[in-house]
Ligand binder design. Structure first.
Ligand code: BGC
Length: 762
């Protein structure tokens, strides 16, 4: 195997190497050596099917640790814990002889309705990119590969195998591709999984622009592009575009198509050679993994899952310091999720956990008999539903328990059937029956704490009526213990929101353009995704992006900001833990150019750090904003451009809690566009090289035009208005304009001279 390459293989063998043998494995070629390797889901634990195989989580898999899904662990804003979890998943994969774990998923949460949001990190590309890279680094540190998915613009489940995400170039690069670029460049995933959908009409699985130009030529990806399971529509077009591996097996059908296409001269054999060589290189990487023997240390991994879940919980509200609870207080735990936890989402990421913590047991482990329980409502498919007790009966029990306790802790959440891979939600509301129980509880006990279990954001109409809300997302198998840790204060919460909690679904930027119609979804909000939109529109939100409280308080000093030699912006700020408890603060840095030629959000997150501070400690935190992250995608030149000038840097505790602001001058890029007859006078004046030359020659004419006697000028209120109007006048249209004595040849000569000057100077 060591030296095998495509040149040792027959045409049929090459074709066979570039598609799966079955659901989860590649094909071996015994004659020359490449063995078969296995890949399985992913992303937040291992789903290795031992018996029946499918890709939708239907058949069971070997027990594995279910770590918090991305919606949870993303809220940690902490690459370090994500990397450790990744390494643990790598160990579990190695024990099971799995070569590649299918994850992480880093698609942008464009709409809260996307059924798979629980598998994704954020509505922000920098968060998705940094955390995705940490996950890849962790898994791959164990010699196990990853598959960065779903590439790209796969932001909904509805019609996911056909719909075209119609996205303009700026949002495509700045929002939807930026995270992928970061992970590819920073962490080199072994494979990238192309998505099911089309992008601007072209299937991701057969898009040469996406799979070759962007991914390989621009970003330098040198691994294998694998199809999402069943994403191949035209295998020959796919391989020509840069797709290396079709999964799962097509039973040899599409291999034969490749062979025929090469024989017919429709596909260059060298293209197939490249794909086969990449597949061989992947197997070779997998073979280098050091042998790991089991058994799995179930306890150690469960403990890590608990630590990660504790880091993921977001304390949304805590008026009057209702939390943390004290063991001596009497607590009424209400809500079926306390005994029938929702800790992961459905579909291909469904894990068969090694064990599952129940919040009620974990709370009783601390509070003992001071903790009472009433189910309050039934969860579909659970034991309480099966018991057949009526809603009235369950509610009455809850009210009785709440009125007898110091504090009521109400576990609310989304039913499992409402969020899954394969379909989207239709609304963001919690079930009415649960809200009715909450209302009844609040009426008898104002000390009510709400604990939420949900994979996608929910509306919180009760936010003003309860003193405390704990967003516990889906936390994996140890979530019950982690919730108890946070409620009783063994863990000081430090998670923050990686997505906005809107007041109403209708406020979301994708509303009206989601999930599209007749096979097309128009990304009409452009670059204003998530908080960028709410901020640009000045909309109220229930809880903003980046928000999360702690049991201690942090103060921020002034920010000092400087430009490093390589153009990065270095931000330094002192953070002090003002309280009596140790804690972590997620410090955020947002940036925005003070003025810009293109539409920009009021602020965009560019860097963050999860900082651990003991009670009373002050630390200077340094955060680096990469120069390239200040860039916008310039559609005129089809590349990233950093604008020159002043940038405002906000150091913040959330996107709407800015603690320090400074400005920094950034040396930007020059966009050299040749001037044409159609260039506006404004373009000409602004042009760094050509402007002065052309204006020197034309200044006289323009002066005449804006003169007090000119008939054109008299229409305008003043000279400034006249200048503004003239700025949009194409320079070529001056020819023959009354009062402007200039010929076509003269302007042409001026432009040629200016463009030549540009070439020599620019
Ligand atoms: C999902 C992928 C998954 C694959 C294999 C597909 O349905 O979209 O995320 O990795 O199945 O299970």
């Amino acid at each position: 195997m060591t030296d095998t390459s495509a040149s040792d293989l027959t045409l049929e063998e090459k074709a066979s190497l570039t598609s799966g043998a079955d659901f989860w494995t590649t094909k071996a070629i015994d004659r020359v050596g490449p063995p078969s390797i296995m890949m399985t889901d992913g992303p937040h634990g291992l789903r290795k099917q031992a018996g029946g195989t499918d890709h939708l989580g239907l058949s069971s898999s070997v027990p594995a640790t279910c770590f918090p899904p991305a919606v949870g662990i993303g809220s940690s804003f902490d690459p370090e814990i994500i990397e450790r979890v990744g390494a643990a998943i790598g160990v579990e994969a190695a024990i099971e002889d799995v070569a590649i774990v299918l994850g992480p998923g880093i698609n942008i949460k464009r709409s809260p309705l996307c059924g798979r949001n629980f598998e994704y990190f954020s509505e922000d590309p920098i968060v998705s990119g940094i955390l995705g890279a940490a996950s890849v680094r962790g898994v791959q540190s164990q010699g196990v590969g990853t598959s960065l998915k779903h590439f790209a613009a796969n932001n909904q489940e509805f019609d996911r195998m056909r719909a075209s995400s119609d996205v303009d170039p700026r949002p495509l690069h700045e929002i939807y591709l930026r995270g992928f670029e970061r992970v590819v460049k920073d962490a080199q995933p072994w494979t990238v999984m192309c998505s099911y959908n089309r992008i601007n009409g072209v299937y991701a699985s057969e898009d040469p622009w996406l799979l070759t130009q962007v991914l390989r030529d621009d970003w330098g990806f040198d691994g294998v592009v694998v199809s999402d399971w069943g994403a191949v529509s035209d295998r020959v077009a796919g391989v020509a575009a840069g797709l290396d591996l079709e999964m799962p097996s097509s039973g040899g059908r599409t291999d034969a198509q490749l062979v025929a296409a090469v024989r017919a001269g429709q596909l260059a054999e060298s293209v197939l050679d490249t794909a086969a060589d990449r597949a061989i290189a992947l197997v070779r990487k997998a073979q280098r993994r050091p042998a790991v023997s089991g058994p799995l240390d179930v306890d150690a991994h469960h403990a890590l899952a608990r630590e990660a879940a504790g880091r993921s919980i977001v304390l949304l509200k805590n008026d009057g310091e209702v939390l943390p609870l004290a063991a001596e207080q009497t607590i009424a735990v209400i809500g079926a999720f306390a005994t029938e936890p929702r800790f992961q989402g459905a579909g291909s990421s469904l894990i068969n956990p090694t064990r599952v913590d129940r919040a009620l047991d974990e709370l009783r482990a601390v509070g003992g008999d001071n903790v009472t329980y009433a189910a309050g409502f039934a969860v579909e498919g659970g034991d309480i539903a099966a018991s057949g007790r009526s809603a009235e009966h369950l509610r009455a029990e809850a009210v009785a328990a709440a009125s007898a306790a110091d504090v009521a802790v109400v576990f609310l959440g989304l039913p499992a059937a409402e969020e899954s891979e394969g379909f989207d939600r239709e609304h963001i509301d919690l079930p009415a029956a649960q809200l009715a129980v909450l209302d009844a509880v609040i009426a008898v006990n104002p000390n009510t704490v709400v604990v939420l279990s949900n994979g996608g954001v929910v509306a919180l109409p009760f936010a003003d009526r309860v003193p405390a809300i704990v967003e516990s997302w889906l936390l994996g198998q140890a979530g019950g213990g982690a919730v108890a840790d946070v409620l009783y204060g063994a863990v000081n919460p430090s998670g923050k929101l990686t997505e906005t909690v809107p007041v109403r679904l209708e406020d979301n930027p994708s509303f009206g353009n989601f999930p599209g119609e007749f096979g097309h979804v128009r990304y009409g909000e452009g670059v204003l995704v998530g908080y960028r939109w709410y901020d640009a529109k000045g909309l109220d939100v229930t809880f903003p992006f980046g928000h999360g409280l702690s049991y201690t308080t942090f103060s921020y000093g002034d920010a000092s900001v400087s430009a490093a030699e390589n153009g990065d912006v270095v931000v330094r700020v002192d953070i002090t833990n003002e309280g009596a408890r140790d804690g972590r603060e997620v410090v955020q840095v947002y940036a925005a150019p003070v003025s810009s030629a293109v539409q920009r959000a009021p602020r965009e997150l560019k860097a963050f750090a999860s900082v651990e501070l003991t009670a009373g400690e002050t630390r200077t935190v340094e955060l680096v904003v990469r120069r390239e992250d200040l860039a916008y995608w310039d559609v005129r030149v089809d590349r990233w451009i950093v604008e020159s000038g002043e940038y405002r840097i906000d150091v913040a505790a959330s996107s709407r809690d800015i603690r320090a602001t400074a400005t920094v001058d950034v040396a930007g890029d020059v966009v050299s566009l040749p001037l044409t007859m159609n260039s506006s006078i404004g373009d000409v004046m602004a042009h760094p090289v050509a402007g002065p030359i052309v204006m020197g020659a034309l200044g006289g004419f323009l002066g005449e035009l804006t003169g007090a006697d000119s008939s054109a000028a008299s229409m305008m209120p003043n000279d400034e208005a006249m200048h503004k109007m003239m700025a949009s006048f194409p320079i070529g249209r001056l020819i023959g304009f009354p009062g402007v004595d200039v010929t076509h040849e003269q302007i042409e000569q001026l432009l040629e001279g200016a463009n030549a000057g540009l070439l020599t100077q620019g």
